[in-house]
Each structure stands twice: as C-alpha cells, then as structure tokens.
Design a protein around this ligand. Sequence first.
Ligand code: UD1
Length: 391
Amino acid sequence: MNTPRFHRRKKKLKVIVVAGARPNFMKVAPLIRQIRLMKARIELKFVHTGQHYDRNMSGIFFEELGMPRPDMHLGVGSGTHGEQTAGVLLAFEKILFSFRPDVVVVVGDVNSTLACALAASKLGIKIAHIEAGLRSFDRSMPEEINRIMTDKISDFLFTPSRDADRNLIKEGVARSKIFFVGNIMADSLLAHRAQAQSLHAEKTFGLTKNNYILVTAHRPATVDTKETLHKLLQGLSQLSRNQPVVFPMHPRTKSTLASFGLTGLVTLASSGNTPYVRGKVLALEPLGYLPFLSLMASASFVITDSGGIQEETTILKVPCLTFRETTERPITVTQGTNTVLGLNQNRLLKESKKILNGTYKKTGRIPELWDGRTAQRILRILLKQNYSYKS
Ligand code: UD1
C-alpha cells in the first residue's frame, strides 16, 4: 500500500534588498542573482533609494551587472546629510508598511544604508548588514557614523574580514549576531573580471597596459578643501611627467575643482579622443563598472581615497596608494597591495616612485573568503533563521 506523502508548504522568506549609491550596486548584484535562483524559497523586493541618479553613477551599473530594474525607486536624490537620510527614511518606511518583509538587507556605509536600517529597526523588522564591522576610527567621516549606527541596530552582521569581527566584539556586539562571510564585492569582481579585461579600456583613452596611473578621489576630506585638493592635483601633475595620469571624476570633485579654480591642472576629456598632455591630469567622466575594472586591472598602480577600490586592487594584485589619513579596510594593507599615505604629497611622490622603479614591496595575497561565494554564504545563513518579530 502506498503511504500518502504530505508536503508541508514552507512560507517564503520575504526579503528587501536596498541599494542607493554607486558603491552599493556591485555589492547587491551577486546577492540578487543568487536570490533569483532561489525563487521558490525567497520573495524579493529590490529597492533603489535614488541617492545616486545620474546614468553613469547608477543606471549603467544595472546594465553591466545584469541587475533587474528595482521594484521600487524612492527617487530621493541629493541634499544635505539630514535631508537625504530623512528623505530615504520616510519613503522607505512606507514600503515596509506595505510589504512587511522578514528581513531588510543593507550594504556598505552610505546614507541610504543607515536610513533604511533605521526605518526597519523602528518597525521591529530584522536587519542584515553586509560589510559590517569596518571602522576607520575617524568620526569626522560620514561613513563612519553610518557604519557604527547601522551595526548597532542590525541583527545579522556579515563581516568581510576577521578584523571587522574583532571591532564588533570590542563594541559589545553579541557573537551570535556576527557572521564572517567574506567580501561580497569579490563575488562581482571575480564574475566580471575576464569580461572587463577583454575590453582593453586603456586603448580607448590612448593608453598602454601597465603604463598609466589611475586615480579616483571624491571624499569630502580630500576634495572639499582647496588646500588638500590642490596638494593632490599638484602631486598628480608631477607624476604625469613620468606616466599618464587618468582620473575618472566624481561629480562632487568636478564641481569643487571648478569652484576652487583648479581646472588648470587637468585636461577635461569629454570623449576618448582627448589627447593626453604631459604634466596634466586627464580627467574623465565617471566610468561604468566594466571599463573601470578594465582600467584598474591594467594600470601600473592606483591612487584613491575610495574604500572599495582599496579592496578591488588587492584582489587584482595592483598596487594601491590611499590618499587618506586612515583606512577602515586594514586587511588591504596587512595582506593586500595597499599603502595609506595620509593627505601627504611627499609620501604620494615617494611611494609612487618606488612603484615606478620596481622597489615597492607589496605584491599582496587574497584575503580569506574573498573567493566569490560570499552571497551564497549569506543566503544560507538568512534562510536558516527564525524570523519571529522583535519586541
Ligand atoms: C556617497 C557616499 C560615499 C560613497 C560615494 C560614492 C554617503 C554619506 N556618502 O558620497 O560613502 O563613497 O557615495 O560615490 O552616503 N551627484 C551627482 N549625481 C549623482 C549623485 C550625486 O551629480 O548621481 C552629486 C550631487 O551634486 C551631490 C554630490 O554628488 O550633491 C554628492 O552626492 P552624495 O550622494 O551626497 O554623496 P557622494 O559624495 O556621492
């Protein structure tokens, strides 16, 4: 006799994944890809806050990373920190009321990250923070405040490195909430590396492989003070006598450059046809994910104040000089290819010279679990949990 088989229909896990600004897109893309493969077990809503809205700061990443259109777009846009954070909070709360997810997943450290975490926390909805535990220990950085506050109210703290675990433990976070899962940006980078390298983006700008310096700078501490931005650009224009210096420029940097009257130090290129002039920095429009990855992989080295680029250069084993006083990603210095310079023009020139004459010592190794499988590890953990509401 056949025994009847009963299938207990499990409730799907309701998840909202949030992205808002450029550095978020390569972090949510691998997660969304994995979730879509698990449609039977997870119901996803993907929310874009609209913190970044230009095509080359947002739309292009969706196409290149194969991401679906967001289910909801909050259209918050630019503003003061208060306006932006409050705008996202108000708009996101309405979405939480209507969809009532089991868990909200936020990534990184931008204003949208904190705003969405705060809205969820007040409604007793669980929060998963990817890239938890990173600390620069510099509270003048808006991102540091966003990291600390988001981690305080998160239920799942997914860390990219063991130093992040230690930071959280020191802050009194329960060990049961901390999950060392590796670096989710590595998932995107490793998935797109071959495609990016086949682009040979350097050729588009008349450059040759391993014979140019790639620069990015957009942090308020670097670009909002005339003296510091001037120091950086002077250093770069000196370097550009040795090798071409290319600088895809964030809108904030472009605007402060003009308002400080420093445009004379750069050639502003609006297309790939602008010739490189020795002694002048070649400023480009912001680039999409693939061309930027391509330029990074073939650069002789990178100068940046970005957080993510310190990690990406470590994965690509390209030397990186960080024009900042601190880093929240010390593993890129201890294990990777990164050196933190301070806001110091002399060190910029000294370390650059070492790279150019072949005496820079850091060849780097890939940190633990930066292996392209972080999204899978995160989802496995989220699916195992019990989502009874808090309080
Ligand atoms: C934000 C993040 C920062 C991240 C960076 C990456 C915060 C506090 N900061 O800084 O951590 O490294 O994104 O880019 O969340 N703008 C445009 N078009 C856009 C977006 C912005 O022109 O699509 C201009 C606007 O003038 C805006 C300015 O850039 O006021 C700054 O944008 P905002 O989102 O406030 O901060 P970011 O400097 O981009």
